[in-house]
Design a protein around this ligand. Sequence first.
Ligand code: SF4
Ligand code: MG
Length: 315
Amino acid sequence: MIAEQKPLTYKDYSTPVHINWCPACGDFGIVTAIQKALAKLQIPPHRVAMFSGIGCSGKTPHYINAYGFHTLHGRVVPNASGGRLANRDLTVIAVGGDGDGYGIGSGYFVNAGRRNLNFTYLVFDNGVYGLTKGQAAPTLARGMKTKSMPEPAIQDSLNPIALAIGSGYTFVARGYALDQSGDVLANLIAEAIQHEGSSFVDILQTCPTYNDLMTVKWFNEKPQGNSRLYQLTEEGYEGVVKDVSNPDEIIAKKAQAVGKSYEWGDRVPLGIFYQARLRTYEEELEGRLPNYGTAPLIDWDVAHRDVSKLLGALR
Ligand code: SF4
Ligand code: MG
């Protein structure tokens, strides 16, 4: 008799590794949200592969019970893409910081959007390079000066949501690491994982050690009586493209989403800015690589392939 399996809970995705982030770091909220999202979707740990870059966020795979690969600075996206291409049976989640993904990793970030491979990229966005003592990262606006900087930032910040939409990501969202209910971010991450195509979530994350501007207090303030953080859906915004066969609808939704992404300051929108079920990279490959759809690449007998035709063509 086969024993009935208990449903997985978020605790099934935790590891005994000591978490050495600073006390009250927003990263704790993100790890819990990832674990809750995986439990919500009931994806067994051996079917999940976590990839990370370098930075405080880079430690995340050590804290999640799944396959883990702590890669190089800025290189999380190509490694995660390779993992997904090699084994499409895996749920692939890439994590990294804003410095890692939008600075040194920006070329990879952009081109992953164009590819629309089915994976999820979560960026822990705290405006600073936390691991290297709080220098200004690409999302810190010109003129801002955190307690870790001797002078204000002298470069403009980039807009991750607009950049992701322009690059071709087909699920583009923003979350907040420390939402009070605890499940809003988990649900958003679950939606990102379920989306077929490249999903991107910019997660606003507090860094109490170096960023004294974007604090929990700042995020929870109510300038002019309205909550600074609000869900797009609360105000009637709908990010999903309904008819993906209509290019005009796709372009109109992208334009609307980019416009919305520039709302920042007294009001900061959260949730899905843009989502469209478009052709994935895997679906492109199915028509080009024989057997691609039948088994993951790792199961192919590549050692005994007949390459004589290829060699003949090179003669
Ligand atoms: Fe978190 Fe900032 Fe500490 Fe890094 S430096 S662990 S981001 S609080
Ligand atoms: Mg950072």
